[in-house]
Design a protein around this ligand. Structure first.
Ligand SMILES: [Zn+2]
Length: 66
């Protein structure tokens, strides 16, 4: 998955073995590289964690199908 797939701003590749690891990797990357995006994601996650989680799982499923 690349940063953009997850709502980020760049095309940096982020890889992980599990969805949980992917979230951790993404959060770390966004906080270090896109502080504004990190804030927006945190807000979205706080307002509607289920929606965020569902969207993430869909994206994860799509990228692991290949
Ligand atoms: Zn990025």
């Amino acid at each position: 998955m690349v940063c953009k797939d997850l709502g980020g701003e760049c095309a940096e590749k982020l890889s992980a073995g599990t969805p949980r690891e992917m979230v951790d990797t993404m959060v770390k990357h966004v906080m270090e590289n896109h502080p504004n995006t990190a804030k927006a994601m945190e807000k979205m996650h706080n307002e509607d964690p289920d929606k965020w989680g569902n969207e993430f799982r869909q994206k994860w499923a799509l990228t692991t199908e290949e």
